[in-house]
Design a binder for this molecule. Structure first.
Ligand code: ADP
Length: 616
């Protein structure tokens, strides 16, 4: 075969920076190089196995698929070979030698700066093939693509500024990577050490990995075994391997489903922590889809509704034709029924956890609640069940403690007409809302919607257990005042005082009413039944939409000392200029508490004015 000579390529600037970082800053976990190389070899074998199903024209047809590693402790050399899909010349220039994911470099720079705290994350966050430069000064790749008319190539680089590619004679398909360990990495130059790392990171790779003559990993489809036949330890290791996580999962579930329109086995996990945003492109995978033990998709998001996409694991079905292309998978009728069954089973799993392993369920809810709750708006078939699985903070529970609708209803006072809630930015802010006063005084519980997602989903629940579910900052809320000492606000003086408020604030508010819900505060603002309700308004603002806030109703507490003083002044002189100033100040104070005050300087100036008169 003719040799077309050695060609030299420069790395792109970004790549050079990445390489510098890998070599000099991320050195804390050099052993990950092996995980990355095995994972690439395994991907290449999966691709080959998949292609083999439909393509006749491939090299070395029928060869056992495997990964071979050899180390020479005397020479300090390392070789890893696979007989997978291999690489073309383009693959070598395009796939090796560029930073695949935007954001990787920025992320790693940050990690390197925060070195101490990030130690573990660096190990978790693979930098792909290039992690090999943590342990080697120069690396050689020899590869040949599986297409029968392909050619062989050699790629060599010192990981500094350039790499070379030349054509070579290579008889078999697949890829071999070899290098000499650099001085600081000689600890890896031994079969024993290599086996140990394989057991740690790659024990469940899909293909046998031979180190020297012996197989170093367990190749087992754990999900095909019964739950009782799998040890907890194996299950946890398997999770760590497929999820690329360093922590054990929070919970796991074995499924073997037959009949009912879907046949599959699955092993599913809930991670302890959510994937980091920046890492999501790489780390946030959902479930792997296998058809009769052959992996056809590494991250099959279609198998789960979006609100359950925190689930990791493997689904293996006999319902998909083996030679199905990835593009067609989505539209296979079997997929829809697997998805529906899977969803139902996961919900059952969570129900059981909520009832029997409360702590675990709450940990799950804390981490994945925001995503999980969105299911209320999208999965109407399971809505009733999802409502039961929601958890909230509440006025009668300690901060951080969560409660359900069911428990709330169990605690409801006799005569209480509705399930009440109040939304806001966190518990502290909600607790200071004057609208809570009535409920506190009467010992009625109010659920606190503290998470941003709550206002997107909870207002759609209008009834629970035949009781209306209501936000307490609604103007039309029905309060039971039968037990209150006297009917307030019916006398003429109160009426004319309310008249003064209405007159002064006619541009700003929809109405002014005597309040039945205030106990300690002087005034509050509530929504009128016209226009958008507060929750919808907040939600639209959060989505970045311009909303003109609907005019609110102002409620005044006739028994409050300030209101009493105002009445007295009003009696003495209805056109006293201080009256109107105080009315506006009260209105803006309520706005301030709600986070809606527009002009702070006017507010402060007026306050100083009023103080001046009070101290004169
Ligand atoms: P990632 O695996 O995350 O895509 P890598 O830097 O590890 O990033 O690898 C880059 C690409 O190089 C892979 O996506 C693949 O296309 C190719 N590659 C790496 N190793 C092999 C291999 N052993 N066989 C075939 N292709 C490979």
């Amino acid at each position: 075969m003719e040799n077309s000579g050695v060609q030299t390529f420069e790395y792109k600037a970004e790549m050079k920076q990445l390489l510098q970082l890998i070599i000099h800053s991320l050195y804390t976990h050099p052993e990950v190089f092996l995980r990355e190389l095995i994972s690439n070899a395994s991907d290449a074998l999966n691709k080959l196995r998949y292609r083999q199903l439909t393509d006749e024209n491939i090299l070395d047809k029928g060869q056992e698929l495997e990964i071979r590693i050899s180390v020479d402790d005397k020479a300090g050399t390392f070789t890893i070979s696979d007989n997978g899909i291999g690489m073309t010349r383009e693959d070598l220039t395009e796939n090796i030698g560029t930073v695949a994911r935007s954001g990787t470099l920025e992320f790693l720079k940050k990690m390197a700066e925060e070195k101490k705290a990030a130690g573990e994350l660096i190990g978790r966050f693979g930098v792909g093939f290039y992690s090999v430069f943590m342990v080697a000064d120069e690396v050689t790749i020899e590869t040949r693509h599986a297409a029968s008319d392909s050619r062989g190539y050699r790629w060599v680089s010192t990981g500094e500024s350039s790499f070379t590619i030349e054509e070579i004679v290579k008889e078999h398909r697949g890829t071999s990577i070899f290098f000499k360990f650099k001085a600081g990495a000689l600890e890896f130059a031994g079969e024993h050490k290599i086996r140990e790392i394989i057991r740690k990171y790659s024990n469940f790779a899909d293909f046998p990995i031979f180190v020297g003559k012996d197989k170093a990993n367990t190749v087992e489809a754990l999900w095909r075994k019964g739950e009782a036949d799998v040890k907890d330890e194996e299950r946890n290791e398997f999770y760590k391997f497929i999820a690329n996580d360093y922590e054990e999962p929070l919970a796991s579930l074995h499924l073997a489903v037959e009949g009912s329109g879907a046949e599959f086995k699955a092993l599913l996990f809930i991670p302890r922590r959510a994937a980091f945003d920046l890492m999501r492109t790489r780390q946030h995978k959902t479930v792997q889809l296998y058809a009769n033990k052959i992996m056809i998709m590494d991250d099959c998001k279609d198998l789960l509704p979006e609100y359950l996409q925190f689930i990791r694991g493997v689904v293996d079905t006999s319902d998909l034709p083996l030679n199905v292309s990835r593009e067609v998978v989505q539209s296979c009728p079997a997929m829809a029924s697997i998805r529906a069954t899977l969803t139902a089973k996961i919900i059952q799993w969570l129900q059981k956890m909520a009832n029997k392993e409360t702590e675990k369920y709450l940990a799950f809810h804390k981490t994945f609640g925001p995503l999980f709750k969105t299911g209320l708006n999208s999965d109407f078939a399971n809505r009733e069940k999802l409502i039961e699985l929601m958890r909230f903070e509440s006025s009668t529970r300690k901060a951080g403690e969560l409660t359900s609708f069911k428990d709330y209803v169990g605690r409801m006072k006799e005569g209480q007409k509705a399930v009440y809630y109040l939304a806001g930015d966190g518990r502290a802010q909600i607790e200071h809302n004057p609208n809570l006063e009535y409920f506190r005084k009467h010992g009625q519980e109010v659920l606190f919607l503290t998470e941003p997602v709550d206002i997107f989903v909870i207002p759609s629940i209008t009834e629970y257990d035949k009781k209306p579910v209501k936000a307490i900052d609604q103007g039309d809320i029905e309060l039971d005042t039968a037990g209150d000492p006297e009917k307030k606000g019916e006398d003429d003086l109160s009426k004319s005082l309310v008249g003064l408020f209405k007159d002064t604030l006619k541009e700003q508010v929809a109405d002014v009413r005597v309040s039945r819900r205030l106990v300690d505060s002087a005034v509050t603002l509530v929504s009128s039944s016209e226009g958008l309700d507060r929750q919808t308004e907040r939600m639209m603002k959060m989505m970045g939409q311009d909303v003109v806030s609907a005019k609110r109703i102002m409620e005044v507490n006739i028994d409050h000392p300030v209101l009493k003083n105002l009445s007295r002044r009003f009696l003495a002189n209805p056109s006293d200029a201080l009256l109107k100033k105080c009315v506006v100040q009260l209105y803006e104070s309520a706005q301030l508490l709600d986070g809606e005050l527009t002009s702070r300087s006017e507010y402060v100036n007026r306050m100083i004015d009023i103080m001046k008169e009070a101290t004169a």
